[in-house]
Design a protein around this ligand. Structure first.
Ligand SMILES: CC(C)(COP(=O)(O)OP(=O)(O)OC[C@H]1O[C@@H](n2cnc3c(N)ncnc32)[C@H](O)[C@@H]1OP(=O)(O)O)[C@@H](O)C(=O)NCCC(=O)NCCS
Length: 186
């Protein structure tokens, strides 16, 4: 499978409507514990985040995923703790682009950037126990399933188990070494 050539761009106020529309898509609503949001609340979240990893005060980061000039998804890193060396990630693509490797590629690009922080030890994410695409992405990137919070949240009125997945720097670097060896193999 050839994975389309995507690019991460900083999340800007002009992206708010496409983000709002993605959140409203049936798959997003079925798979994510999305609390009600307004255009204004999403705009505020964009304005409160940055894509500048060198900003020493920032704790919330967001990128949009661009394919052929069109915004088709978003990846965020939030609740950064420089003290504990950890950050949580989240991601969402527009349904038309699911299942083509784009989510894995976009999150890989974000992880490559995040692990440039020398203090970062761990990246974690949560996903609903029935969100197989998100779990496939996490597993593919080397995350370990660390636990389940039972009936932790409501999705479309149904109580769902929430999984916690974690990726340690050592796992990420081992994966990068393996990919480099495969790329060098004759
Ligand atoms: C989760 C999401 C970002 C994954 O991105 P994607 O581009 O669809 O996923 P990829 O094509 O990169 O697939 C990653 C892995 O998961 C597997 N996978 C993808 N969709 C799957 C599905 N519906 N069921 C089972 N496995 C699936 C793929 O096979 C792949 O593994 P493989 O290469 O070993 O076969 C995307 O599906 C999405 O935006 N979903 C709606 C929002 C959401 O759920 N966000 C995450 C909240 S935690």
């Amino acid at each position: 499978m050839t994975i389309p050539d995507i690019r991460l761009v900083p999340a800007l106020p002009e992206h708010v409507d496409v983000w709002l529309a993605m959140r409203e898509e049936p798959v997003s609503r079925r798979m994510m514990p999305l609390e009600p949001a307004t255009r204004e609340s999403l705009l505020k979240r964009i304005l409160e985040s940055t894509s500048d990893l060198s900003d020493p005060k920032a704790t919330s980061f967001r990128w949009m995923v661009e394919l052929e000039g069109r915004i088709i998804g978003t990846v965020a890193a939030r609740e950064l703790s420089r003290f504990h060396g950890r950050v949580e990630i989240g991601y969402m693509l527009s349904t038309a682009y699911h299942g083509r490797g784009i989510g894995t590629r976009a999150v890989t690009q974000v992880l490559e950037r995040l692990f440039e922080w020398p203090f970062l030890h761990r990246v974690w994410l949560t996903t609903a126990a029935d969100n197989l695409a998100s779990q496939g992405l996490a597993r593919k990137l080397g995350f370990t399933l660390e636990g389940v919070m039972r009936e932790h949240y409501l999705i479309e009125g149904q109580r769902k188990d929430q999984q916690v997945w974690g990726l340690l720097r050592s796992q990420w670097e081992a994966r990068a070494r393996l990919s480099a060896r495969v790329a060098d193999a004759p």
